[in-house]
Write a protein that binds this ligand. Structure first.
Ligand code: BJ8
Length: 380
């Protein structure tokens, strides 16, 4: 029995989450719950929760606002940056519209410079992210986390206590663990769902404002999936790495899976990069604990970036990958430059095939991508 035929509406529900979230964010505002808009995995959402606010991911995965963004920003800029800016500028993202404060980080050059324009029409707070995961980087990031907390206190006129942060850490840890337990189902020899289902679920959770409900909902979903018998068909197992995925770039996963492979794990910010590690709840100093967890994220903005290899290597082993596909967004220099090193790591150290593709948010390259990906999967 094909479990996908039994359960499609469940995954659509999670994908629906974003649409429903549009309505809920308005409800939050009506209940005087503040909203903190965020773009990046480096933002410690625990701080917003501790402030009694809802942290929301801002729209950045569709090309519908790119032409508006290009009125102010260069055309040859990463689509994620243009999309983020365009949604803010055109007020087409209700999460952006209702955000009391938008948080940005000094990640890649394009993104940090874009925030200077965004500050013209929205209060934006920039966290200074170190470029290196070092002792000095950790000290800077901890200071920035404390500065972020103080900014939230000032904007929302509320004192944030250590206990507030401790409670928020507990909530986010439970959410991350639940998500991790959910996607771990793809470790099965015959994964009972598709990588596209996992991706849709990961995207849906981002727009779930009640973080405390996530573990129960995901475990109910998992129980339903486990209650079904999976199709015993061996498919090439692909680990995805590279830039964040979702919305328009779901096309990559759709193409890979339409060619008979299965995306068993997502190393990118939509998946494991954001979720695998929790905040240490035993540390007395909550700021140190948050700084340690978040500075360890293996984004290509870090130089060098050993944590990306470490996580990717672990996923390749745990999910028994047959190959890695690296998705780079056009004009994303940090991921593009790092791709050669990732290729070396995957083919040399892990001894499996590696394939990199560059894409954007348009549909123009779907045919070309399908041809190239089909040839790669054929060879596995
Ligand atoms: S932690 S991956 S969410 S920065 S794709 S805007 S890097 S040019 S999105 Fe990212 Fe945070 Fe890193 Fe994750 Fe720049 Fe590249 Fe565009 Fe990017």
């Amino acid at each position: 029995m094909d479990v996908r035929k039994e359960l499609p509406e469940i995954f659509e529900d999670f994908a629906e989450e974003r649409r429903n979230a549009f309505v809920r964010v308005k409800d939050l505002k009506e209940q005087n719950i503040p909203v903190v808009g965020m773009f990046c995995t480096y933002f410690p959402q625990e701080l917003a929760l501790a402030a009694g606010a809802a942290p929301v991911s801002l729209c950045a995965t569709s090309d519908e606002t790119i032409s508006a963004a290009e009125e102010d920003l260069p055309k040859n800029l990463c689509p994620l940056i243009k999309s983020s800016y365009g949604f803010g500028k055109t007020d087409k993202c209700p999460f952006f519209f209702f955000s009391d404060l938008v948080v940005g980080e000094t990640t890649c050059d394009g993104k940090k410079k874009m925030y200077e324009y965004m500050a013209d029409f929205k209060p934006v707070h920039i966290m200074e992210l170190p470029n290196k995961n070092s002792e000095a980087g950790l000290v800077l990031w901890k200071e920035e986390i404390i500065r972020m907390k103080e900014k939230l206190e000032e904007v929302f006129d509320k004192e944030i206590t250590m206990d507030d942060i401790r409670e928020a850490i507990h909530i986010k840890n439970a959410e991350r663990q639940a998500v991790k337990d959910f996607y771990a189902i793809m470790k099965d020899e015959y994964p009972p769902i598709s990588g596209l289902d996992v991706l849709k679920t990961l995207e849906g959770i981002t727009f779930h404002f009640n973080k405390e409900q996530v573990p129960a909902e995901l475990s109910a979903l998992l129980a339903k999936i486990k209650g079904q018998e999976a199709v015993k068909e061996r498919k090439p197992r692909i680990v995805i790495t590279g830039c964040p995925m979702g919305g328009a770039t779901r096309k990559v996963v759709e193409i890979i899976e339409s060619q008979g492979a299965c995306c068993v794990a997502f190393e990118n910010c939509t998946g494991a990069k954001a979720i695998e590690d929790n905040v240490d709840e035993n540390m007395e100093d909550v700021y140190e604990a948050l700084a340690q967890k978040y500075v360890n994220i293996g984004c290509s903005c870090m130089s060098p970036n050993p944590n990306r290899y470490q996580l990717l290597g672990r996923l390749i082993d745990e999910y028994r990958a047959d190959a890695v596909i690296d998705m780079e967004l056009s004009a994303c220099h940090t991921y593009a430059v790092e791709s050669g090193l990732i290729r070396r790591f995957v083919t040399g150290e892990k001894k499996i095939p590696y394939f990199s593709i560059e894409t954007d948010y348009s549909k123009a390259d779907v045919g070309q991508l399908a041809t190239r990906i089909a040839a790669f999967i054929e060879m596995l």
